[in-house]
Design a protein around this ligand. Structure first.
Ligand SMILES: *[C@@H]1O[C@H](CO)[C@@H](O)[C@H](O)[C@H]1NC(C)=O
Ligand SMILES: *[C@@H]1O[C@H](CO)[C@@H](O)[C@H](O)[C@H]1NC(C)=O
Ligand SMILES: *[C@@H]1O[C@H](CO)[C@@H](O)[C@H](O)[C@H]1NC(C)=O
Ligand SMILES: *[C@@H]1O[C@H](CO)[C@@H](O)[C@H](O)[C@H]1NC(C)=O
Length: 323
């Protein structure tokens, strides 16, 4: 007679074989090695009777993306990890075998913990992105060492290090936000030392031909900034950089990107601008309005020393698919 194995067990054995094959392909350096583990990102340790059981426990654990199985241990021999090893991560020899989920995620929705993960974006391909508890970080900025005054092609493909300060890239942003309905969350730290957030719904970035414009569907969902000034200015705005922009300031007779620095969705020369010149928060002279205007800031935050919008010392932009 045929197989008497229950179907789920059979499926997981199939999965295991595929995983082992993929491991050999992806981590060619470890071909034949039976004792390589991925040391970081342990979510939890459980006890498993076999590699198949360890695989099953990973598949049943929210956020588990890879696992290490130790044949030589009797308890806690199955380590469930929140991340898969990236192509440049090292697997180390440590008496265990490394396996990973073959499913390619399309964004960070099902990825827990924080760190760099690989996702497979529809119509784009594989991309290493920074996931933060289900959110995909699109940009992060927190000091003056990162240069955000970049050209069109740098904003198109992205720049910086996803673990530190960076812009993910408009081409990827377009492709990801095309996959479904996404929310946008921006966290800000003002020069006054206060944290704020603003959250939008239906954040969609059009194609390069459409100048990566933010779709008009964008709405504000919630916020704890002082007001909403400027928070909807990005709606319908074309992306612009100093070498490719159509937004122009009649006051300075310069394009917004020339005047304010950075790449952004300039509809007018906005007072909400996270890629403007990095401010010196200790510089208390706010008389030079044009100068303040060109800095990283948000008009939705008012208070002491905020003049025409509060200067910011840090910001992150994150997106997440609505389920
Ligand atoms: C954009 O900037 C990069 C880095 O400075 C440079 O290599 C590239 O040639 C620039 N692209 C254009 C179109 O100017
Ligand atoms: C805004 O909300 C964030 C996150 O909930 C919180 O950390 C921050 O303190 C709040 N800020 C203000 C000014 O209420
Ligand atoms: C604006 O800039 C253009 C090109 O740089 C120049 O030709 C024009 O005279 C300027 N206009 C004013 C009002 O300064
Ligand atoms: C600003 O002032 C704070 C507190 O006095 C200090 O810690 C910080 O280093 C100063 N920053 C700069 C850029 O001067």
């Amino acid at each position: 007679m045929g197989l008497h194995m229950p179907l789920p067990v059979f499926l997981f054995m199939t999965l295991l074989i595929q995983l082992t094959t993929q491991q050999k392909v992806k981590y060619a350096r470890f071909v034949g090695t039976k004792d390589a583990i991925f040391p970081s990102s342990a979510l939890k340790k459980v006890t498993a009777q076999s590699p198949v059981s360890c695989t099953l426990q990973c598949s049943q654990t929210k956020g588990c993306r890879s696992w290490n199985f130790y044949q030589t241990r009797t308890i806690e021999n199955c380590e469930l990890n929140s991340h898969k090893a990236l192509s440049n991560d090292l697997l180390v020899s440590h008496g265990g075998v490394y396996y990973q989920d073959i499913k390619e995620e399309m964004d960070c929705n099902d990825l827990y913990g924080a760190g760099v993960s690989t996702i497979k974006i529809t119509g784009f391909g594989i991309k290493e992105v920074y996931c933060d508890n289900g959110w995909l970080v699109e940009m992060r900025r927190y000091d003056s060492t990162a240069d955000f005054n970049r050209n069109w092609s740098q904003y198109k493909f992205g720049f910086g290090d996803p673990r530190q300060q960076f812009w993910m890239g408009n081409e990827a942003l377009h492709a990801i936000t095309k996959q479904g309905d996404y929310s946008l969350l921006i966290n800000m730290l003002s020069c006054n030392g206060n944290y704020y957030y603003a959250k939008w719904n239906l954040f969609k970035v059009k194609s390069e031909l459409m100048k990566y414009a933010v779709d008009n569907a964008l709405t504000i969902e919630s916020y704890n900034t002082t007001n909403t000034d400027g928070l909807l200015q990005i709606r319908g705005g074309n992306f612009g950089t100093f070498d490719n922009t159509d937004a122009y300031s009649p006051v300075s007779n310069k394009t917004c990107a020339e005047q304010n620095g950075g790449g952004w969705w300039f509809k007018s020369c906005t007072y909400f601008h996270l890629t403007g010149y990095y401010p010196d928060c200790n510089h208390t002279d706010t008389d030079d309005r044009l100068d303040t205007k060109s800095k990283m800031k948000s008009k939705a935050i008012t208070g002491n020393n905020c003049d025409i919008g509060c200067l910011l010392q840090a910001a992150t932009m994150k997106i997440r698919r609505n389920n």
